[in-house]
Design a protein around this ligand. Sequence first.
Ligand SMILES: [Fe+2]
Length: 391
Amino acid sequence: MGETRPIPGAAAQAIDNLLDGCAAVQRDQHVVVLAAVDGLSGGTNIVDETAIGWIQQGIQARGAHATVMWVDLPVRRAVIWPDIPTRETVWRIPGPVKSVMRDADTLISHVLDFSTEEELKEWPELLAETKVPFVRNMATTAALLSTAWARTPHAFVSELRLRTAELIRAGSRWELINPNGTHLEGTVGPATSNWGSYTAPRGRRGSFPEGIYPAINPVDMQGELVFDRMLPVWARDIGVPPSFARPVTVTIQDNHIVKFEGGAEARILRAFYVELAKVLGEDHGYEMRAPHGGIHPAARIRPSQCPDEEYREFLHSFHPSSIHLHLGNHRYNDDFPYCLHSAPELRGSTLKVGGQVLHDGDRLGVMDHPSVVAMAAEYPDRPAADAGRWI
Ligand SMILES: [Fe+2]
């Protein structure tokens, strides 16, 4: 699949940011680039051949070897219930993908369905087994590579993530408030993420652009959660629209969902969680996890840069204005095949931990941290301190 379109300066900056800043591609390495063919024709794994061609050229320009694999994924139902699949019946990562993972020096994936947070457990398990360094590139098209979001220096966004994560200390009290009526509070438990702590280095797994800090592990969460949007992957899996006609109110006691109230979406969620509880058990089916939120100050994408509204809104969830929670815990039933990321999203909230501000409306609390200010000064000609002006 050749590509001869010239690379605009903006996309060239983003590709340098991806290959040097995030993936750290080195001479003589074998880099496997994954994309899914459905994404060329209206499928969920949005991608274009131009972006893949430019990234392939960028890898080769660094003296490394690029192997591009276009994957044809199994066709399957969007809504996963009733009859929630098991490890035996769920779709599988195609065998050829598993083969290349074993021999690649680095893997750069453009496949939304290959997510460590939102889809098959098989994917993070394969990453752990093969130990292949992995980057999930979410700037999957030529237009998305040309955005301020993709050009924001990777090291700067990592600094925002780290400084925000530093504020999350086990034992502190946290409070989440939104003008829509949401008021939740609880205590911070120890980190449950793969990194083992809120601030541990990301190791072999990266996300490009970076966008989020590890979820707060909540203890004794209480209050009311009001939401009218859900992150698209699990909205699709459950069968609710990403943007609701009526808000849903969830009452939470002792870290568990007590009831859903609202309109049609509340009825669907109520029925889904009855089915989920049959698989995960009442305790874990209704368990609350997170919150966590976006840290990327330029995660605002114009419709012309991403005409697909669901994918665009997914990317907006990495902006500091967005916070989400996780409903249900998949970790205690090995036969449940998914990383459950049923994620009600709030925009424009205040989140405090130990009295310190993580999010205040559209703003990230650490923007004034001395190390953030100092690093932003290193990039006067890139989206950083004034990221909003570059969008
Ligand atoms: Fe999440």
